[in-house]
Design a protein around this ligand. Structure first.
Ligand SMILES: Cc1cc2nc3c(=O)[nH]c(=O)nc-3n(C[C@H](O)[C@H](O)[C@H](O)COP(=O)(O)OP(=O)(O)OC[C@H]3O[C@@H](n4cnc5c(N)ncnc54)[C@H](O)[C@@H]3O)c2cc1C
Length: 457
């Protein structure tokens, strides 16, 4: 496999030559499955807490091969679960604590990139949730109300049509909510740079080594294609890929999220669009759409649309689902008529991991020696930083306020068995797409539909 073809981010992230694989059976204090953000932030925080720990990161492909090297580059303070859902499940105070920890995580990503000399192109330009058309305005207001109810009104400003147009000229931009609590970054250089940073701190990263199973217990044994690893703790940091492992098949739903990228846009075209502050932008569409400005002057358009595959099958073909890529390309000129005719140079995708209740989990059981964090529902860039620091605290016994976050120890219920899972998930995917299509043509404020209630997060 040519790893540079995985995404534009990896293509432009420097040397991708795989590190040597594991060479026979060994011992480690902490073994980590997966060299994405979760695994690497955990290794980083562990070695910061206890520099003498023997930390081994085991990666099947190369560091950043998974979602961490493919994502939309939003380092956002949104969790996969909305603040409203967190308040309903855990109460206002615990939901507030979670949200404050996420604000801090956004900044910590930028801080560490800086300290470690990682060229992650971190730029904190904030985030705009845009109501495209009157039908999306009530959904936007409801989202704003949640932040007000939690006491974060000072961080979320409602913008009317004119104030939005001053920032960015989006066709049908009826209103928006702006928050400064979001940055944009280059995901690939962040993942690759973090792998080097943990190595500098003493971790060993092995690539081209697949974990095939493990035995839990006082001294877990991790089985890999290149030998066994005896350790005190095994950290499962494989996000959507965990759904392919024995015993985890119903823990997460792998759903493909896709991206297209334009050529660099001319100065004249940028003037027609505005967007000088490089905000991350999304509409209130239910099937997810988002746009960002890259450091080299391109526009990234992302969204969902690839159908869930029966029995949670994961295949690279779904990263290249042609109708979804075509829909994303068409979105650019729908949003910005002035950009009609702009060329697209790249298209890729990857899987996000969705837990049954949309709430991410961070867990450690000293009895079984198994730890992990997963279930970010496509919002893992900042969350994985928080999860890594929380896991390091749990594993080393140096508890911080992160140990009390509602995600810690949270267990989502399992997804349904097949074929019920496929029928339900496809039903929701098709239903949400229909509601979006209807609202796109409706001039009236929308009412909340049944399918939204079912899929609420
Ligand atoms: C297209 C796309 C766009 C996204 N956009 C955003 C965004 O803009 N903002 C945001 O916050 N989040 C976004 N996300 C989600 C975010 O990228 C993820 O939540 C985050 O990267 C998850 O990190 P991770 O380390 O847990 O998992 P991953 O990055 O997927 O890492 C898991 C690693 O485990 C390895 N692995 C899997 N199985 C094994 C095995 N058996 N043995 C050894 N290694 C194994 C994989 O190769 C992989 O490298 C997006 C995701 C996708 C796919």
């Amino acid at each position: 496999m040519r790893y540079a073809d995985v995404s534009y981010w990896l293509e432009t992230a420097g040397d991708l030559t795989p590190r040597p694989p594991l060479d026979g059976s060994i011992e480690a204090d902490v073994a980590i499955l997966g060299a994405g953000y979760t695994g690497l932030w955990t290794a980083y925080a562990l070695l910061e807490a206890e520099p003498s720990l023997r930390v081994l990161v085991i990666e099947r492909d190369i560091a950043g091969y998974g979602a961490s090297g493919r994502n939309g580059g939003w380092c956002s303070s949104d969790a996969g679960a909305s603040l409203g859902l967190l308040m309903r499940r855990f109460g206002r105070e615990r939901a507030r604590a979670a949200q404050l920890a996420l604000y801090a995580a956004v900044d910590d990503v930028g801080r560490v990139a800086d300290v470690e000399g990682i060229d992650a192109q971190f730029r904190k330009g904030g985030q705009l949730h845009v109501a495209r058309g009157e039908a999306q305005v009530p959904v936007l207001r409801a989202a704003h109300d949640e932040f007000v109810r939690a006491g974060f009104e000072d961080r979320y400003a409602l913008l009317d049509r004119a104030a939005l147009a001053e920032r960015i000229k989006i066709r049908d931009g009826a209103a928006a909510m702006y928050t400064p609590e979001c940055a944009v970054l280059q995901p690939g250089t962040l993942a690759r740079g973090l792998a080097l940073a943990v190595e500098r701190r003493g971790a060993r990263v092995v690539e081209q080594t697949e974990v095939t199973g493990w035995e839990a217990g006082a001294e877990p044994v991790v089985r890999t294609t290149r030998g066994d690893v005896r350790c005190d703790t095994l950290v499962l940091a494989g996000e959507a890929y965990l759904s392919q492992l024995p015993g985890m098949r119903r823990a997460l739903l792998p759903v493909y999220s896709l991206i297209v990228l334009t050529e660099p846009i001319s100065d004249e075209q940028w003037r027609a669009v505005g967007w000088e502050q490089h905000e991350c932008v999304a509409s209130m569409r239910l099937t997810v759409d988002y746009l960002s400005r890259t450091a080299d002057g391109r526009i990234l358009v992302g969204g969902r649309g690839a159908p869930y595959a029966f029995a949670s099958r994961m295949t690279e073909k779904l990263s290249h689902h042609a109708p979804t890529h075509a829909m994303l390309r068409a979105m650019l000129s729908e949003w910005f008529p002035a950009l009609r005719g702009v060329r697209f140079t790249h298209a890729w995708g990857g899987a996000v991991g969705i837990p049954r209740d949309f709430i991410p989990s961070i867990h450690f059981d000293r009895r079984t020696g198994i730890a992990g964090a997963h279930g970010y529902t496509g919002h893992g860039v900042a969350f994985a930083n928080l999860a890594g620091r929380a896991l390091a605290g749990l594993i080393t016994g140096r508890h911080t306020e992160l140990s009390a976050l509602p995600f810690v120890g949270h267990r989502s219920r399992k997804w349904e068995v097949e074929p019920l899972r496929w029928i339900g998930v496809r039903g929701v995917q098709v239903g949400l797409a229909r509601v979006d299509a209807h609202r796109a043509h409706s001039r009236r404020p929308a009412r909340r539909t049944l399918v939204e209630r079912v899929a609420q997060h």
